[in-house]
Design a protein around this ligand. Structure first.
Ligand SMILES: [Zn+2]
Length: 74
């Protein structure tokens, strides 16, 4: 069986368990969901994760992280 997901390390800590390791589909659609590897909590969409990585350490990224972690889990 092929595992169609890959791990993604983000500067965002999972709001539930504090892990920085997330899972995303290898297809990499912008709308793919990114999940916590440990507790499988939904964190954000793939394009948001890419944006967090692209922005680097700056206040804009902090604001985006804040938005992502404060959103209710679906
Ligand atoms: Zn978690």
């Amino acid at each position: 069986m092929t595992d169609l997901s890959e791990e993604l390390r983000l500067p965002v800590a999972c709001p539930d368990c504090g892990s920085h390791l997330f899972k995303v589909s290898q297809v990499h659609n912008p709308d793919d969901r990114v999940f916590c590897t440990s507790c499988r909590r939904y964190l954000c969409l793939y394009h948001e994760a890419q944006e967090i990585l692209r922005l680097g350490p700056c206040s804009e990224r902090e604001a985006l992280i804040e938005k992502v972690v404060n959103r209710p889990a679906k």
